[in-house]
Each structure stands twice: as structure tokens, then as C-alpha cells.
Design a protein around this ligand. Structure first.
Ligand SMILES: [Zn+2]
Length: 97
């Protein structure tokens, strides 16, 4: 079955943001494009506090290693997309307050 655009991909179990404690059980795409199956190493951004986390082999969130952060910092396209996502969360929070 092909996911609908903007669909969320359910995680195997409820996860907790490592920064703010928000519980979540699904992830979505920032641009509403069709969700794809999750995989180890995917980066996710908390929709409450914009913490940047990575999925482990069990698809649970974990912090990123220094090496992973270095690799990300060297990927200009990924950093541009990540900055856009973090900015969107902060704008969304500002609109709610
Ligand atoms: Zn959070």
C-alpha cells in the first residue's frame, strides 16, 4: 500500500524525546510528501522542542554521536533541510504562544 502524501509513519513503539520528554509514536515528513518506511540512521526532529535525534536499529530515538554530527555538518543539503525543519518547529511554537 502506498502511503498518502503527508501520512505519518507509525513507529514500532512509543518513543520519548530525549530533550523535552514528549511522547510520540509516529513521524511525518516536513513537506507533507509521502512517508516512507523508517530505517536505522534516519534523523528526526521533535515537534515540541526541535531536538535532533537519530533512529537506532530498533527504530527508537537516540542521541547522535560526535562522528554522526560531524558527518551531518559536512552535508550541506542535509543541514539546509534540517535547519528548515528546526526553524519550522520554532515558528510553530511561536504561533501557539
Ligand atoms: Zn522534544
Amino acid at each position: 500500500m502506498t502511503p498518502e502524501p503527508g501520512a505519518r509513519t507509525r513507529m514500532p513503539r512509543t518513543n520519548t524525546c530525549l530533550n523535552c520528554g514528549l511522547e510520540f509514536g509516529a513521524v511525518g515528513t516536513p513537506d507533507g510528501s509521502a512517508a516512507r518506511p523508517l530505517k536505522e540512521g534516519d534523523i528526526t526532529v521533535c515537534m515540541n522542542c526541535a531536538a535532533v535525534m537519530m533512529l537506532d536499529s530498533d527504530l527508537n530515538v537516540r542521541g547522535m554521536t560526535d562522528s554522526e554530527i560531524e558527518d551531518l555538518l559536512c552535508d550541506r543539503a542535509a543541514m539546509t533541510e534540517l535547519a528548515r525543519m528546526v526553524r519550522a518547529v520554532h515558528f510553530m511554537r511561536h504561533e501557539q504562544n
